[in-house]
Design a protein around this ligand. Structure first.
Ligand code: UD1
Length: 429
């Protein structure tokens, strides 16, 4: 199994190109099931999760093509995917595939909308809490689906098609909103989705669905209105930049010190995150090129932050922020409100010398002057990258084990950081 070796203490200087967002790419690929025409996605990041979803979709009969590289194109840019689901050959998503990636459960919505039936395995346990799918099922039922749960599978049927309805989510859910959107675009009549998640990746998918012929309005607000259409066609869409990757590298620079341009990053996608990073003492400037993060010698200031649905501070940056303030001059508090049990990084950060106390959903972090390298274990995607950030600012060598978690969501992480002067390398085997 690959590991990543980091020798900490170097400032980061240079440019990091920001990849297409994983959390938009996955639902965009799934949306291809809604049409028999070709969906072309540009700026697709090269990630293990994208590869796994390709396998899952091919099981349903989806063809995926990556055109050859053109002159001048480099590995630095995301790639283009041509996806065509001209014929769905199987409406079952089996346990061995769905259990590897939760988001693959979302195929239930387009399969049901287009084929009138879907049988999708329940995703099973997850390292960051129970993460149920009750609200996804509620949304499908509201749209007229008949749902049965049998031997670990959700079987959804709507033989005469789905019907527009009012869906009001009792809590903000990204997965629920994606599901409601993808199911309702082909329903008869109008659907209103209340208390919809406003994450930018939802807007990106809705924009793409509209290019395919859907009629969605209210994009970017908590009330989405969908006028159902009888069919969708092909489209070409470029995936929006990854705001979590952006925030992660911004926090790395805020922690090590230095000056880095996050090329292609868009500040409006993570204003709450940037505000917090600025509060810790880093200088943030936005331009047409992206976001520049600078910190020169000043102390890291402590913060008090609570995670919230967009536009609040994202749970997917909580672990990275904890790494950053583990070296703050003072005591910080971070409260996690989205997922219970999303604190697996705490014990690993403590191995590097961080001082963190957990009390329910709140972590109190007493800043220390130095962290010291140690062997640590990646546990989930965002937790593992927090260990990388901490290691970059720690004295001596850190070996991060189980890096397959990182490969799920960060494209060429070690290359991007090494280009900015970090001493980081992948050790194979
Ligand atoms: C998505 C993101 C993930 C991010 C999260 C919150 C993708 C691929 N993943 O995950 O990176 O951390 O949004 O921004 O986009 N819930 C229920 N019942 C349900 C569905 C959700 O109770 O049926 C709860 C969850 O347990 C959680 C909360 O709602 O406590 C938010 O979950 P949700 O927004 O759906 O997260 P995901 O879509 O799984």
């Amino acid at each position: 199994m690959d590991r990543i070796r980091i020798v900490g203490g170097r400032r980061l200087e240079g440019t990091i190109p920001i990849s297409g967002a994983k959390n938009a790419t996955l639902p965009l690929m799934i949306a291809s099931l809604l049409t028999d025409q070709t969906l072309i996605l540009d700026n697709v990041p090269r990630l293990a999760d994208v590869g796994l979803l390709q396998r899952i979709l091919s099981n349903h009969g989806v063809d995926m093509m990556v055109p050859g590289k053109r002159p001048g194109e480099s590995q630095q840019n995301g790639h283009t995917l041509h996806i065509v689901a001209s014929r769905i050959v199987d409406t079952t998503a089996p346990y061995d595939l769905v259990s590897k990636m939760r988001a693959s459960f979302w195929v239930i919505a387009p399969l049901l909308a287009r084929m009138g039936e879907a049988k999708v395995s329940l995703p099973g346990g997850c390292a960051i809490g129970t993460r149920p799918v009750d609200l996804l099922i509620m949304a499908l039922e509201k749209l007229g689906a008949n749902i049965e749960i049998e031997s670990g599978y959700v079987i959804a049927r709507a033989k005469n098609g789905l019907k527009g309805a009012e869906i009001k989510f009792p809590k903000v859910t990204v997965s629920g909103t994606h599901t409601a959107l993808m199911a309702s675009v082909l329903a008869h009549g109008t659907t209103v989705i209340e208390n919809a998640a406003q994450e930018p990746e939802i807007g990106d998918v809705a924009d793409c669905l509209n290019k395919m012929g859907a009629r969605i309005s209210g994009i970017g607000t908590s009330r989405l209105i969908v006028e159902g259409v009888s069919r969708l066609g092909g489209a070409r869409h470029s995936v929006l930049p990854d705001r979590i990757e952006t925030g992660t590298y911004a926090m790395a620079v805020a922690m090590t010190g230095g000056d880095v341009l996050l090329q292609g990053a868009r500040p409006e996608l993570l204003q709450a995150g940037l505000d917090v990073i600025a509060q810790t003492g880093a200088e943030i400037t936005a331009s047409n090129e992206g976001i520049r993060v600078k910190r020169n010698g000043s102390a890291i200031e402590p913060i008090d932050v609570t995670t919230d649905p967009f536009p609040g501070f994202p749970t997917d940056l909580q672990a990275q922020l904890m790494a950053l303030v583990s070296k703050a001059k003072g005591t910080s508090r971070i409260t996690e409100t989205i997922f219970e049990n999303r604190f697996m990084h705490v014990q690993e950060l403590v191995r590097l010398g961080a001082r963190i106390q957990l009390d329910g959903e709140t972590a109190t972090i007493e800043g220390v002057a130095t962290l010291k390298g140690a062997p640590v274990m990646a546990t989930d995607l965002r937790a593992s990258v927090s260990l990388v950030i901490a290691a970059l600012a720690a004295e001596g060598e850190t070996m991060v084990h189980r890096v397959y978690h990182l490969d799920r969501g960060f494209e060429r992480l070690e290359d991007k950081l090494a280009h900015c002067g970090a001493a980081i390398e992948r050790v194979s085997g």
